[in-house]
Design a protein around this ligand. Sequence first.
Ligand SMILES: Nc1ncnc2c1ncn2[C@@H]1O[C@H](COP(=O)(O)OP(=O)(O)O)[C@@H](O)[C@H]1O
Ligand SMILES: [Mg+2]
Length: 489
Amino acid sequence: MPKPKPLAVTVPDTHPFTKALPGVAAKVVFVYAFVRLLGAFVRVAWPYRRELAILTVLGSAWYALILLLPAWWALAASVAALAGSLAASPVRMRVVGWLRGARTRRLVLAGFAETRSANPSGKLPRIAKVTSTVVGERLYLVVRPGQSAELLDARVEELRAAARCREVRLTRDPHRSHRVLLDVVRRDPLSATADVAWSGQHTDVLSMWDPVHLGIDENGEPVHLSLVERSLLVGGEPGSGKSSLLNVVVSHASMCPDAHIVLIDPNEVQFGPWRDRALAYASDSSDDALAVLELVRSEIRRRLALLKTLPGVVRKVTSTIAAEYALPLWVLVVDELAFHTSVVGTSAQRNAFNTAARDIVSRCRAAGIVPLMATQRPTSDVVPTSLRDLFSLRCAFRTTTNTSSDVILGDGWARQGYTATDIDLTARGVGWLLAEAQQPQRMKAAWISDDTIAGLSITTIRHRPPAPPGYPGARPSIAAPRTDPEARS
Ligand SMILES: Nc1ncnc2c1ncn2[C@@H]1O[C@H](COP(=O)(O)OP(=O)(O)O)[C@@H](O)[C@H]1O
Ligand SMILES: [Mg+2]
């Protein structure tokens, strides 16, 4: 049996400094160990600094009172003082929001760590600030070299679970791409709100050149949007609130002596009451619907030709030109877009409808035409990307899939957390509104009762502007031009 090799044990040489000054060396080692221990403690305690700060305030109050009272009484008095100050609602809300922010920060950082969001140097994105919002918390992130908003974007599902919330939304600062906003959404303040009253209801006359009151946002602030030079696409499942939103715009337009209303309403029941206020109205007949679109196209042609004859460079119908040349804004409403593009009529008629609708949406801006189209089938065959992208305003009411939501709002919004699938089934009238070049904002549309619509549809007939030159008006579904504005009011 071979003999085992003796173990080679090397004893490290004592450092010359330790040899020379053993007392000082021992102190240095002690201080070094203490600093490391302190560092480790601060690292563990730092995420809990807000909770610790409250405990420190409590401890200090106790310490101060202990000089005056027995220990237990001092403790009871300091707890009572803290509880008393929290009883005031604004203070309590601030403190609770502050603590919730700290908890969200820890959860999100844990989410970053577990989804391996650190850069190659092992650093996680920095959370510069946390604030409370109406729907939850907002984290201001600063991403490090090697990280990006897009990289974090791919992890929103995991981050949502890590933050234990409904939704997580990421928005990159368009000018400084290392700054990223991360919105943690914990509640939907709109789903439980009462019906939103429409502010135009008690007014007599409005102007289509003024912003339209559409509803309220998440903060409860009114949403007013100008529809001039704009076009609106609305989508969502049946019963989600599309026609009601369009009715808000039509109600506004009806009270405007500077607006014509043109309607294509396959259901008849939604916009039927506006028949007499409207310049033209078509329901389920393909011929009538096409005739209405052709009417709008011929008006666009007439207006663009007119603009060319004006002195100087005139690129669009402005309020001054509109007043001078009697060019009211035309609000064209197409409800249930899919009906005429893919359900009724021959294939030639459907193609013609598609072409005319696309032409109108692409050329409406300069001519003072405001197209509003709604679909309950937000699929790419009904609203192809090329058509969707022409709409400057888009509103997605509840949808069942992220794809449908993106068909309305635009590709990629669902991935960033802006998806209409997160709207409660019961939250009718709640939707995501995307206005030019901004993030979508959650909105609850104003609600106008059927009785009010019935009343308005009669009292506003007097506001209908005269028909344009060459207006046909002979078709049964197209309202005949009224010669005497007072006759029907
Ligand atoms: N903004 C709203 N506020 C309150 N209820 C609404 C709102 N919008 C729609 N609703 C309710 O939802 C129902 C269906 O709305 P509607 O606009 O006809 O849906 P859609 O056109 O999407 O099928 C309405 O009859 C109404 O009861
Ligand atoms: Mg409808």
